[in-house]
Ligand binder design. Structure first.
Ligand SMILES: Cc1cc2nc3c(=O)[nH]c(=O)nc-3n(C[C@H](O)[C@H](O)[C@H](O)COP(=O)(O)O)c2cc1C
Length: 204
């Protein structure tokens, strides 16, 4: 199947990330991950999954901690300073990338083309190669700087998809809200999943 890059930065939203990685693998895709130092910090706070920064052992930890089912896909994590990794090159075959969560710091650096780590470089590559790039920020309230950076990345071709679940499907538990965002992200990446409930309309 296909390679998808998942960049994980230090915003709040690790439960979404977990669900999207699981959805990719369960659909038979290969999830290529890169996580920032702040991303690891928040990942541990929100999910209790402790990543050390060592790509080999962190890949093992994720394979053991995530609910990957019998999916035919795989999980591979790259070190955030490894700008020589495959995903740093435009020649690498990749169906799309999501930055989930996308901290306002990472958003700003992507908007400015800074590429100071592997996550930002992979996002820069997605933009220059005109590939699908989804950024999922979570911040409130939004400053003018945040809004301008979101405008800049949108003008460059990225899709800003804030983590804003709706209530029209009558969610009963937090996981329902998580699945709503994860399902929308997977759908935008073109990945089949059972998470997305499409609105069927109401009679009058
Ligand atoms: C528990 C926790 C939650 C955070 N939540 C957010 C958030 O929702 N959005 C955000 O932009 N930054 C958030 N931050 C701050 C970022 O982690 C911080 O700005 C960091 O420098 C981002 O680094 P990165 O872009 O390299 O991942 C949070 C930090 C912590 C510790």
């Amino acid at each position: 199947m296909a390679n998808y890059v998942v960049g994980i930065s230090g915003g709040s939203g690790a439960p979404y990330t977990k669900r999207v990685i699981e959805g990719l693998v369960q659909a038979g895709h290969d999830a290529k991950l890169v996580i920032t130092d702040a991303g690891r910090r928040v990942f541990e706070i929100e999910l209790g999954i402790s990543l050390t920064g060592n790509p080999a052992s962190d890949t093992t930890t994720l394979n053991e901690s995530l609910d990957l089912g019998s999916g035919a896909g795989s999980v591979e994590l790259f070190e955030q300073r490894n700008v020589a990794a495959t995903i740093a090159s435009g020649s690498y075959e990749c169906a799309g990338m999501v930055v989930l969560p996308c901290s306002m710091g990472t958003l700003a650096r992507i908007a400015a083309g800074v590429s100071s780590n592997l996550l930002e470089r992979a996002a820069d590559v997605a933009i220059k190669e005109r590939r699908t790039l989804i950024l999922v920020p979570r911040e409130t309230p939004l400053s003018l700087i945040h809004l301008r950076n979101m405008t800049a990345v949108t003008e460059a071709g990225a899709i800003v998809m804030p983590a804003m679940p709706g209530f029209y499907h009558h969610p009963e538990k937090v996981q329902d809200l998580v699945d709503m965002i994860a399902g929308r992200v997977l759908d935008k990446l073109g990945v089949d999943s059972t998470l997305l409930r499409r609105w069927r309309g109401v009679e009058n």
